[in-house]
Every structure is written in structure tokens, then in C-alpha cells.
Write a new protein. Structure first.
Length: 299
């Protein structure tokens, strides 16, 4: 965390004065954290009597109850969930336990870059997950009457969340996944698996794939998802030309993923099952993309 709890307390003071001025229901996102601190939690709980507070649970892979301010009694504390080719899983560094209230996407979220006023960058962590929840709460509060409480916001999240959708949730941690129904529709697990059920390409036999196919550079802010659907295959990254540490080709295995970035060639690996690939770019430099080839164990 950057800054001190003292400066954060000054921020709370400004927020409470502003809320008193406009008189509207409000939400604070606290993508900050530190070791559990009784005085800090008392302060947060006092502020939480007036405004809904959403917190990041932390990224140490430990009990979230050992961290402030997420362990304060009246916060909505958020864990980070990630996607692999078997579905949604808690990110391994996301703090867990009874002090976590809900999970939200927090891995490789397109965010504003500090480099200048227009650039973007991908960020990961519970600090990226918490704002998703704060945004849903803000939308809820926009139509709520004055005096709407933390408990009412929490109950709204619980009533709309997808339960038991996330795999591998640690003991004593709620299996609750942030969800905003669209026109009353609740997606099934089938629509949530494997890149939300949407592929640009599905390959079920030996072949190769170059992107972009026209030989030019890829575009900014691209998100491409495809699957090699063979039961087992040898694949080779013939070459990649991507902006280093910013643009990625990711291939996702059941319990982990590997990312390739920069400019290099002739990377090979054996895969034992169908594998999902993701290609992600930011808003700055572009490159020539990638070419991969694979040989399926059976046609």
C-alpha cells in the first residue's frame, strides 16, 4: 500500500463531508490493504455506517481475516477469480476465508496506465476485482433511496450472485461469484466455461494458425480466444512478435497457464487435453502477432 492510514483517514473525512453535502447513497472502493489493525477497522466500520465500503481481500494467499481493512465488520470484501480451460478458479494469491464475501474477475484486467493520460495496461489482483463489485453496488445505489445500508447492498449482491460456480474455493470461503442479471437471464455453467463459451476459432485436427492472417500488425486492445480441441497434441510456437511484457499469448492448462510475450521462436510443448488459447493486447505498441502449429495425437 502507498501512503499511510492517516492520509486515508483524511480521505474518509472529505468523503463524509461530500456525502453530507449531496445526501445521496454512496460507495467507496478501497483497493488497499495491510496487516490487521483494530484501530483501522474501527475507523472503517464507523465510516461504513454512512457509506457502503468495498475492499480488496489481499494478494498473499492467506486468511483475509488477518488483513485490514477487509476484515472490518461492515465491508464487502472481494477475492480474485481467474479463468482456465476447466472454468473459474480463485487466483492462487487471492486471500481467502470467512472474511471474503464474494469473488469477482481480477486477473489481467485492462486498466489505465500511469505512463500518460491515454495509455492502458493489464493489471491483476484483488485491487482489480474489488472495483467490479463497487461498480455493481454503485449501479444499485443509483436507484436506491437515501439511507440504503451496507447490509442491503450486501444482500443484493448475495441474491444475484452465481453460487457454486467457482471451482477449488478454499474451505470456509463463500463460493459466490459476482453477477449482474441482464433482463432477468441467469447464465448457466455451460456459458461460463472456456472463454465464456465464445471462440473465434475451434480446431479439432492437426494444423496451423497465424494471427493476423493478412500479415499486417495486430490491433490495439484485442482479445482473441481459440481452442485446439484434440485430446492430446504437440504444438509449436513457430514465432511470436509481441510487445514485451504487455501483449501476451496465453495457453491455459487445467491448473495453470503459460504466457508468451516478446519476440522469439521455436517453443514446443506436449498437451494432454483440449487447450484454450488467449491473445491479449493493450493500447500502445503493436507487433506482427504469432504463428503456431500443432500435430494431434489422432485425426
Amino acid at each position: 500500500m502507498f501512503g499511510t492510514w492517516g492520509t486515508i483517514a483524511l480521505g474518509f473525512d472529505w468523503i463524509l463531508k461530500d456525502i453530507k453535502r449531496h445526501g445521496k447513497p454512496s460507495v467507496i472502493n478501497l483497493s488497499i490493504g495491510g496487516s490487521a489493525d483494530g484501530l483501522v477497522n474501527e475507523l472503517v466500520e464507523k465510516v461504513g455506517e454512512t457509506v457502503v465500503i468495498v475492499t480488496a481481500s489481499g494478494n498473499d494467499g492467506k486468511d483475509a481475516c488477518d488483513y485490514a481493512p477487509g476484515s472490518a465488520a461492515n465491508t464487502i470484501n472481494v477475492g480474485n477469480v481467474m479463468l482456465n480451460n476447466k472454468g473459474f478458479f480463485p487466483e492462487e494469491k487471492s486471500n481467502y476465508g470467512s472474511c471474503v464475501d464474494i469473488y469477482a474477475p481480477g486477473t489481467r484486467i485492462l486498466s489505465a496506465s500511469k505512463a500518460d493520460d491515454v495509455s492502458n495496461v493489464y493489471k491483476s489482483g484483488t485491487s482489480m476485482a474489488a472495483p467490479h463489485v463497487a461498480g455493481v453496488v454503485a449501479n444499485y445505489l443509483s436507484a436506491a433511496p437515501a439511507g440504503t445500508t451496507y447490509a442491503e447492498a450486501r444482500d443484493m449482491l448475495a441474491s444475484t450472485a452465481l453460487n457454486d460456480t467457482i471451482q477449488g474455493v478454499p474451505p470456509e470461503t463463500p463460493n459466490s461469484f459476482l453477477h449482474v442479471p441482464c433482463d432477468g437471464a441467469v447464465p448457466t455453467n455451460d456459458t461460463l466455461d472456456n472463454c465464456f463459451g465464445r471462440y473465434a476459432h475451434v480446431f479439432d485436427r492437426s494444423g496451423s494458425f497465424r494471427y493476423p492472417a493478412n500479415g499486417g500488425n495486430y490491433a490495439n486492445n484485442e482479445y482473441l480466444c481459440f481452442e485446439i480441441a484434440c485430446s492430446g497434441f504437440e504444438f509449436t510456437v513457430d514465432w511470436v512478435d509481441l510487445e514485451e511484457d504487455v501483449d501476451y499469448l496465453r495457453f491455459i492448462e487445467p491448473d495453470s497457464y503459460t504466457e508468451i510475450t516478446g519476440s522469439w521462436s521455436d517453443y514446443s510443448q506436449h498437451m494432454t487435453s483440449a487447450t484454450v488459447f488467449m491473445f491479449m493486447t493493450d493500447s500502445t505498441i503493436t507487433g506482427a502477432g504469432f504463428n503456431i502449429s500443432w500435430e494431434c495425437a489422432s485425426p
